[in-house]
Write a protein that binds this ligand. Structure first.
Ligand SMILES: Cc1cc2nc3c(=O)[nH]c(=O)nc-3n(C[C@H](O)[C@H](O)[C@H](O)COP(=O)(O)OP(=O)(O)OC[C@H]3O[C@@H](n4cnc5c(N)ncnc54)[C@H](O)[C@@H]3O)c2cc1C
Length: 354
């Protein structure tokens, strides 16, 4: 149980959202305690490579990270300007952009992880971390405990390889039933993962992914494997009970491809504004996040219902486009048709408005 020190702000969960909230609360003059159930920062992750996307929010990536009070240039990261899409065994298609699609960061406990980078900023601002604290959330100010109800499952492998840096997206039900798989390689280290809905047979689609890349002639060694999950639960807008829920705990997630990090950070910033009496700024951010997550939900429904021909059409559009990032950005624009479609399809979908 949390013993409340009234002058302090209490956050449960030292993940991306919780630490962003703490950084901003400290900058607004609050003193902050974060309770973390694990014994260190990043311990809930597996050292995997993840991408911070550059298309969902209206501000571009460097600008929005700066708005979250974080020095973008200092983040250990590398930009991705191109990736390959593999669809139905046809020749992989290269998709190239002028601006980075996303920046890859490492998650986990290592000193070069994004988690550690945020923790260092927290430490410089005197945020207090209390570890091994599995807390009663109801007495906190912010609930930042991450995924709580599994709706998507992730199986991954860390690999070592001599292959050059590259990123691949793999689509198809044998690799990721109603989902997607990916391979990211950076400096001899790589993450191969599949994010999928639980299939009826309960199969693990990671093995076909590994096999597929081996068949293409990719030479790599699997160092370790991991399993994780994602929450995809859109909360009711009238759910305003305390504590404030941020990140995945509050359903702040990209429902299309699970790009939850920037959204988690923004929801942390919004909570910091709210707890510092800056309600107007908090509302503006929440409005954007609520629109974007609902659009991403509609996009997910459309993605899961794509026919093979439609999927090929979209891949070809991305390939031919001079700036495919603009297609992605347009896909996250407000669009009534999409919202209505998402409402109609909600019942067919495994996630709920909770
Ligand atoms: C394998 C995987 C790959 C992903 N890839 C990407 C990607 O490429 N790009 C992207 O943008 N997003 C990706 N995501 C999603 C993204 O990582 C999350 O959306 C984001 O980390 C959510 O941030 P958060 O602060 O809500 O939760 P987290 O960062 O998960 O942090 C939650 C923290 O709360 C702690 N906690 C939980 N319960 C308690 C409790 N009761 N008491 C105290 N502490 C508690 C946990 O230990 C953890 O430290 C991926 C997710 C997974 C699982």
């Amino acid at each position: 149980m949390i013993i409340k020190e009234n002058s302090k702000t209490h956050i449960v969960g030292a993940g991306i959202g919780g630490m962003t909230a703490a950084i901003n609360l400290s900058k607004f003059g609050k003193s902050v305690i974060i309770y973390e159930k694990n014994d260190s920062i990043g311990a809930s992750r597996d050292g995997d490579l993840e991408g911070i996307e550059n298309w969902i929010l209206s501000k571009n990536l460097p600008e929005s990270i700066a708005e979250c009070g974080i020095d973008f240039n200092g983040i250990p990261k590398f930009p991705i300007f191109e990736f390959f899409v593999h669809l139905n065994g046809i020749k992989p298609v290269k998709i190239k952009s002028q601006e980075p699609f996303f920046y890859i960061v490492k998650r986990g406990t290592s000193s070069d992880s994004f988690d550690n980078y945020l923790a260092e900023i927290c430490n410089s601002l005197n945020v207090k971390f209390l570890f091994n604290q599995n807390h009663d959330i109801s007495t906190a100010d912010i609930n930042a405990t991450g995924a709580y109800r599994a709706a998507a499952y992730i199986r991954g492998a860390q690999i070592v390889t001599d292959l050059p840096n590259q990123v691949h997206l793999l689509l198809g039900k044998e690799f990721a039933p109603r989902g997607y798989a990916y391979l990211i390689i950076n400096d001899g280290f790589g993450t191969m993962a599949t994010a999928f809905k639980k299939s009826a047979r309960g199969n693990d689609p990671l093995s076909p992914c590994i096999q597929y890349f081996r068949t293409l002639g990719f030479d790599f060694k699997v160092k370790s494997t991991y399993a994780n999950r994602g929450s995809f639960n859109l909360p009711n807008l009238w759910d305003i009970k305390n504590p404030i829920k941020i990140g995945e705990a509050g359903g702040y997630q990209d429902y299309l491809f699970g790009f939850g990090m920037r959204i988690a950070m923004y929801s942390g910033l919004s909570a910091a504004y709210k707890l510092s009496g800056k309600n107007f700024q908090s509302k503006i951010i929440n409005r954007e996040l609520n629109i974007k997550r609902r659009i991403s939900f509609a996009n997910r429904l459309l993605f899961e219902n794509l026919s093979i021909n439609n999927a090929q059409y979209w891949v070809a559009r991305f390939e031919k486009s001079k700036e495919p990032l603009n297609i992605l950005r347009a896909a996250y624009d407000w669009n009534w048709k999409k919202i209505i479609k998402s409402i109609k399809l909600t019942n067919q979908y495994a996630i709920r408005f909770s």
